[in-house]
Write a new protein. Sequence first.
Length: 161
Amino acid sequence: MAVMAGFFAAHGVWSVSDGEMLIPMLAYEHPNGDRGMDRLVHDDVADGAAAGQEALRTGRDDWVRAVLVIDAYLNLDTARVDALIVEAVEYVPSRRSLKMAVPYRPQAAPEGFAVYRPKFLEVTGVDDPDLAPLADAFFSGVDSHEKAAAVWDAHLVDQSV
């Protein structure tokens, strides 16, 4: 679940790096390992995000796991920042989920595009409270998307927001 979340988070970073707003992405994996991805195009981006959240919540019989990536704002103690919100669900053998934020600075900012350290927002159904293995799996997924990982690495700033 975390590897797939990292892969599609990286794809999302790649997508917003050129200044465009991300159309919500819903990715899913079948029992045989095949993956698919749908862009949730609606007249209102919020409707696409809501449709993705509903699909993620209900799942489908032929999904082992799924990931939703949306472009949103993250309200931190210090400020409101742009962020990709990444929600991942593993449906079998038992339901587990995680929600992460990948804060970023838009290309239109005076300093240009930047990616900040991801943040865990919620983890459910995971017995071990140590998030390090999930973080390692997430970054393994990021690195597995070669083109997107190159963009992520080139714009990663050594600071957290």
